[in-house]
Design a protein. Structure first.
Length: 81
């Protein structure tokens, strides 16, 4: 039982690291001014919110896929019209 909770702790720490790294990537690419929300769960990074154009949406997904330990990206970001 102890190793199961330890594994959950490691997964939680990885998810926290994914979120911090993605936030830093958004800032460095100047996408932090857009309305992108994100949440990491078990190595899956879920993106939501909105951006100005399709290029920014694609860039947000590329950044997410490049983050260490991200196994899957779910891009639910919408392009504002």
């Amino acid at each position: 039982m102890g190793s199961e909770s330890e594994a959950k702790g490691v997964a939680s720490n990885l998810d926290d690291a994914i979120e911090k790294n993605y936030k830093a990537a958004l800032i460095s690419s100047r996408l932090d001014k857009q309305h992108i929300r994100f949440n990491a769960k078990n190595g899956t990074l879920i993106l939501s919110g909105s951006v100005q154009n399709a290029n920014e949406r694609q860039q947000a997904q590329k950044l997410a896929a490049a983050i260490p330990n991200v196994q899957q990206v779910v891009n639910q970001v919408e392009v504002q019209r």
